[in-house]
Ligand binder design. Structure first.
Ligand code: UDP
Length: 462
């Protein structure tokens, strides 16, 4: 274990240790939460693995950063290849970091004067939570997904016991799940490549970490998921804090792992209001060469302006991204491709009128916060659940079903921008944006949630 910069003299407010799962979609909300708690006067220490460590040049002033398990080979923590390996990586991260985390925590506890710290841990890091409890450190859990997702995870074991999951044949895939409207069996088949047993273990650990905590913090807001939040409160038996959208409360928390290409903001300045489709599939999802080609032609043929994020590692099995011949000429002036965008600013830009997304929860919430309707193409994990809510509950987008071919894509883009249906989705998305704006104002539900959370942290037993 290695400690970074020395702790400032203690005293006064309690210290909060925060340990994110080392992936972009988990680091962002955890560092946003850190900023929120720091702004409320709590002292903040961010624990992190050497893999996907926060950029040392952009660390917020006044925090402490501690590397956990600096000597653990990064290859042990990195997911490689398919989604199946991502699930394995989650389990390995817990296993490999447990002992180094214990060492770091012991060191931190020795240094700390006054009230012992508490730990806010990602709900995927059950292993760290067990260690913390063993050393007498109380924990809160951050869920970086939707309340709907946690509710579905809570129901998962019983659905397996009843034989409803995993689906036994194709006919069952469309079956609605009792008590989980609008979810169907297929929305809870989290990946074609993750074995059911591995998925069950991961979900069991997430639910366990939530239930064993002193409180669950969820990056959502009550007007968005009121019924789901109530069911979680009823079912969990621990306090639940809905305090999102975190990125709108902690403006300026810098946690991008990749360099953002900000030239796209200048390009957006030159486009008409509400005219641009933003296309981005998050930090992990990938496509094959054929899908890349179809996406390129679908976008070009739609004749709508687009801003497309193609990460260097987002095309399977190729070291180099090869866009089809003729695409650049066809899309010139109308389209821009970047390798990583300042997504929150892009979605908030007046030129952006639609978002083609994989429905990672951060992307979904960022889109909702800006009133941007969505074309949904979920890949794995909780993304199917999020897409289902976008289409069926909030009605602010629709799922691009079937094969990713150019005609299908072109039709979807037209539907979002040119058809009446798309206009209605845009109107509803704007209504939700207003609600998101209200809840983060003084006295709004998420601000009240933060007040309660801070009180809870201050009152945790030592
Ligand atoms: N993101 C970004 N630039 C990009 C694409 C994504 O900053 O070009 C950010 C995005 O704003 C979001 C995060 O990366 O906060 C992705 O998280 P999400 O939960 O949407 O998906 P994941 O990457 O976990 O699949």
């Amino acid at each position: 274990a290695s400690a970074a910069n020395k702790a400032p003299a203690s005293g006064g407010a309690r210290r909060v240790l925060l340990f994110p799962l080392p992936f972009q979609g988990h680091i962002n909300p955890m560092l946003q939460l850190a900023a929120v708690l720091h702004a409320r006067g709590l002292r903040v220490t961010v624990l992190h693995s050497a893999f996907n460590a926060p950029d040392p040049t952009r660390r917020p002033v006044g925090y402490r950063f501690v590397t956990v398990g600096a000597s653990v080979p990064i290859a042990d923590l990195v997911p490689t290849g398919s989604h199946g390996n991502f699930a394995e990586a989650l389990l390995r991260i817990n296993e490999r970091l447990e002992t180094p985390f214990e060492d770091s925590l012991r060191e931190l506890l020795l240094e700390e004067e006054g009230a012992p710290p508490c730990l806010v841990v990602d709900s995927n890091l059950r292993g760290m939570q067990v260690v913390a409890h063993r050393l007498g450190v109380p924990t809160l859990v951050l869920r970086t997904g939707a309340a709907a997702c946690l509710l579905a995870y809570m129901a998962f074991p019983a659905l397996c016991d009843k034989g409803v999951l995993p689906p036994q044949d194709h006919l069952q895939l469309n079956m609605q799940l009792d008590g989980l409207h609008p979810l169907r069996q297929q929305d809870m088949v989290f990946s074609a490549t993750i074995p059911h047993e591995t998925m069950s273990t991961l979900i069991e650990r997430i639910v366990e970490s939530s239930m064993c905590s002193s409180g669950v913090i969820i990056n959502t807001f009550s007007d968005l998921e009121e019924a789901e939040l109530q069911k979680i409160i009823d079912g969990m038996g621990v306090p639940v804090y809905a305090i999102g959208p975190l990125h709108k409360i902690s403006l300026g928390a810098q946690s991008s792992l990749l360099a953002q290409d900000r030239t796209c903001l200048d390009w957006l300045d030159k486009q008409e209001v509400g005219s641009v489709l933003f296309v981005s599939f998050g930090s992990l999802a990938s496509m094959d060469q054929e899908e890349l080609l179809e996406t390129a032609w679908g976008l070009a043929n739609s004749r709508m302006p687009f801003l497309w994020v193609i990460r260097p590692d987002s095309v399977q099995g190729s070291g180099k991204i090869a866009l089809p011949d003729g695409f650049e000429e066809e899309a010139r002036g109308r389209g821009m491709v970047v390798s990583w965008a300042p997504q929150q600013e892009v979605l908030g830009h007046q030129a952006v009128g639609g978002f083609w997304t994989h429905n990672g929860w951060n992307s979904t919430l960022e889109s909702i916060s800006e009133g941007v309707p969505m074309i949904c193409r979920p890949h794995f994990g909780d993304q199917m659940i999020n897409a289902r809510y976008v289409q069926e509950v909030w009605k602010i987008g629709f799922v691009l079903e079937g094969k990713m071919d150019r005609d299908n894509i072109q039709r979807s883009v037209k539907k979002l921008f040119c058809h009446k249906e798309g206009g209605e989705m845009r109107r509803r998305a704007n209504n939700l944006k207003d609600k998101a704006t209200q809840c983060i104002k003084k006295g709004g539900s998420s601000q009240t949630g933060i007040d309660l959370l801070v009180n809870c942290i201050m009152a945790l037993p030592s």
